[in-house]
Design a protein around this ligand. Structure first.
Ligand SMILES: Cc1cc2nc3c(=O)[nH]c(=O)nc-3n(C[C@H](O)[C@H](O)[C@H](O)COP(=O)(O)OP(=O)(O)OC[C@H]3O[C@@H](n4cnc5c(N)ncnc54)[C@H](O)[C@@H]3O)c2cc1C
Length: 307
């Protein structure tokens, strides 16, 4: 592709100090171990590097995709055109009086450890959520009765024009697995969590307890994208899928987990297409049996393979 080779030189030549890979398989980064290639994938290490990449993509009218820890993501097998930024190298975390401030690519799990170390309570529920801070804000991640919305004081984002903006908790209009970050092209770059002083031992004990519960219930030993479907009002997703007799059902290398019916695990070199086919199959069977339409919680991005 003519345009692509010109762009390669430009992207790489413009940002010699930023790690950028061309035609890189995203299966190396997704938690499902599936997904096609990104034309270019960049790993900014700072807000200023992310800003420069965003401004570049904007000026070049290049599609821009932002990924955190890729733990709630299916990238289709045709991959992603344009520039993809993976933020996991923007991962500074600092605790100060009653606050933890983390860059968007920091792992939520590391962020909960920093909070615990600083004897700050409030993030215990997130001790085992395998996403990044930015992904957790985007999704309003939650577990065991807690939600990111309850502890976020404010975030900073870079707009598609590269402007740095601060958004308060109220601006984010959090809902079940929703924040306004989903409605705009902004990239979350930092989050400030407001926490309360606690006892380090108690915080650690709660985190350990929740992680033990998680390991007992979830197939953490297999690649997956966590709970694939949202909870429909009035039902439990796992029970619907269990009652539909779908646990253990396999399409290609993707299987509905026997341990947790809400998870689809990659048991044998699954492709993203296997995942998509399984999602559609589960939705169809559950709808036929119970009249309930399961909506995906997992974010699906990228292109189908062109034949
Ligand atoms: C084993 C397992 C267990 C899980 N348990 C839970 C759980 O208990 N609770 C829960 O809520 N989720 C859970 N998840 C799902 C997932 O970890 C969360 O949704 C997490 O918040 C996603 O973060 P991420 O960085 O991986 O996001 P990604 O998967 O990288 O991205 C998800 C979406 O967020 C967007 N995004 C990511 N970062 C940014 C950013 N900085 N700025 C703008 N947009 C961004 C992406 O474009 C994408 O649309 C689980 C997943 C797995 C695999």
């Amino acid at each position: 592709m003519k345009g692509t080779s010109t762009m390669t030189k430009d992207v790489l030549a413009t940002f010699p100090a930023i790690e950028i890979k061309k035609n890189e398989a995203l299966s190396h980064y997704t938690n499902t171990k599936t997904g096609g290639p990104a034309d270019y994938v960049a790993f900014p290490k700072s807000i200023s590097e992310a800003k420069a990449l965003i401004e570049y993509a904007n000026a070049e009218s290049m599609p821009l995709t932002v990924i955190g820890n890729a733990s709630n993501l299916i990238v289709k097998d045709g991959g992603i055109r344009g520039l993809t930024m993976i933020l996991t190298k923007m991962n500074q975390i600092h605790a100060s009086e009653n606050h933890v401030v983390a860059e968007a690519g920091a792992a939520m799990i590391e962020t909960t450890k920093v909070a615990c170390h600083a004897s700050l309570s409030g993030l215990e529920f997130a001790a085992g959520i395998p996403g990044s801070v930015g992904g957790a804000i985007f999704m309003n991640a939650g577990a065991y009765g807690g939600e990111i919305s309850e502890v976020v004081e404010e975030i900073t984002v870079l707009t598609r024009e590269g402007q740095l903006k601060t958004l308060s908790n109220a601006d984010l209009d959090f809902g079940y697995r929703h924040s306004t970050v989903q409605d705009y092209d902004d990239t979350v770059v930092t989050a400030t969590f407001a926490l309360t002083p606690g006892k380090q031992d108690t915080i650690q004990a709660q985190m350990d307890k929740l992680n033990t519960l998680r390991a007992a219930k979830q197939p953490l030993e297999w690649p997956s994208c966590g709970s694939v479907f949202k909870r429909p009002t009035g039902y439990f997703t796992g029970k619907l899928i269990h009652d539909a007799g779908l646990q253990g059902h396999r399409i290609g290398g993707a299987e509905v987990s026997k341990k947790h019916a809400g998870f689809i695990i990659n048991v044998d070199h699954a492709t993203a297409t296997d995942y998509m086919d399984m999602i559609h199959y589960v939705q169809k069977v559950v709808f036929e049996k119970f009249g309930v339409h399961l909506q995906t919680e997992v974010r699906i991005i990228g292109e189908d393979v062109t034949k």
